[in-house]
Design a protein around this ligand. Sequence first.
Ligand SMILES: [Zn+2]
Length: 496
Amino acid sequence: MFWADKLLENRKGKEIINDSWTPSGIIHMGGPKGPVLHDVLFRVLKERKADVSYMFGFDDVDPIDGLPADLLSSHSKYMGVPLFLAPSPDGAGSFGDYFGNIMRKAFGLLDVQAEIYKTSELYKNGTFNKAISFVLDHARQIAKVYEEIYKKEVEQPWFPLQVICPNCGKLGTTKVTSWDGEKVGFSCEPDLVKWAQGCGTKGEISPFNGTGKMPYKVEWPSKWWTYGVTIEGAGKDHMSAGGTHDVAAKIYKDVFKKEIPFGFSYEHFLSHGRKMSSSKGIGVTAEELLKVLPSQIYRFLLIKTPPNQAIEFTPFGTDLIPKLYDDYQKASEAYFSKKGDDLSRAFELSQIGGIKKPPSVRFSVLAQWVQMPNMEGEIRKEGAEVWAKYARVWIEKYAPESERFLIQKETPPEVKSLNTTQKEYLKKVADLVSKDLNAEDFQTKIYEIAKEMNISSKDAFAAIYIALLGKDHGPKAAWLISSLDKDFVTERFRKI
Ligand SMILES: [Zn+2]
C-alpha cells in the first residue's frame, strides 16, 4: 500500500493538518518535501471526502541566528532580531517575507494547496494570547517537562517566553524573569547567546499582541491547542528521541492535557551522503531544480519513496535526472495500465490540474536530440517540446561531459587517429547520405556496410562520431547524420 494511504488507514473524523517552516534562508531542493508530503495526505483525505483543512505556517518571529554568506555584511546587525522585523535583502517587506515569497512561488508551482499563515500575525492579532497566558501560568509544569527529558534542572526564574526588546529590537537576547498575570518582567542580556548581543535594558511589558514569542518547543503545542491540529509530521532532526517533537508532545500531553496529533517523520535529501544544506552550499536549490524538472516530476521525486527513507540525489555530472524521468514514465505506464501499485499511486498523486500522460520518448534521447540541428520536427512529433526545454537545461548544467556533444564546424583534429579502413568506411557512408533513406533504414545500412568491410561496428561508429563530433561516442548515428545538412556530411566524410 502506498505510504500515504497506509498512514491514514485508520483515521476518522475531522482533520486539521499543520506544517511549518522558518523563512530564514535559501530553500534547497528538499525544502518543499514537508509541504508536499502533507499536501499528499491532504489530497488523500479529500479523495475520501473527509472534512479536512491544511494550514502551513511561516515561522517569521524566530530570531535571525545565522546568515547566508552574501548577507553577512548587510544583515549582521540584525542578528537576534525577529525575521518579520528585519528588512528584506531586496528592500521590499521583511527578511521573512523575502524567503517566504520564494517558498510561496514553489508552493504555486508544486500545487501545494495549504493555507499559508505568518506566525507573526498570530502573535500580533491576539490569536496566541490565550496560549501565552496559559504557558506563563504553567511555567513550572513546562520546566518540569524539560527537566524530565533533558535530565537537567531548569534554572529559576524561568518562563516560556522571550520578548522583543523595546530598546534594541532583539528577541534572541531577552529573558523573562517574572509574570504577574498582566505583565512580564524582562532583561535584555549582553551574553545570553553567542550569535547576538543584548543591550542590557530591563523593564516590564505586556506579553500579548506581538510583543513576545514562545520558545519553539512551547509554540508548537500552542499551535496544536489553538487550532486543534490533528496531523503534523516533521523532519527527522525534530523527530529524534529527545528532540523538539518529544518535548512539544510531552508538554501537550502533560500540561495542556491533550492528545498528541498524529505524527510521522521524514528523512532528508542527501548529496554525497551529506544532508543538503543551503548555508553550506551542498546540493541544489528548489528554484534551480524547477528549471530542469516539470513540477509533476519534482512532486514525484518527493513522494515516490516512503518519507522515512533518505534519498541520495547528486544531480551534477550523473544520470540521476534522466533516470528520474524514466521512472516517471514507468510510473505513468503503471497508472494507465491500472496496475494499482505504489508506483501508479505516486504518479497519480504527483499530478497537477488533471492527469497528464508524459511523452514516451526517453529523456536521455531528447537530451541528444536537442543537441542536433533540425530535430524540432521529431521533438514535436513526440509531443516533447516542454521536456526538450528541460533537456537543454540538463545538458547545459548537469550532464556528464560524455553526454555533451557539439557538431564540429571544421574537421576535428581527432580524425588523425582514424585508420584506412575507417576512412574507407566513411566514404561509403557518404555515398548513402544522398539516397534519402529514413533513419531506421539508414541505421541498418550502415551496420551492413561495416559487416561487409569486416570492420567492427564499434570502430565503424567511432569513425562517424570522430568525424562529426571529435569524440568516439555520440547519439544514434543514423539520427545524428539525418539531422545534419546532407552536403555538409558528404563533404566531411569524403575529405577525410
Ligand atoms: Zn535590548
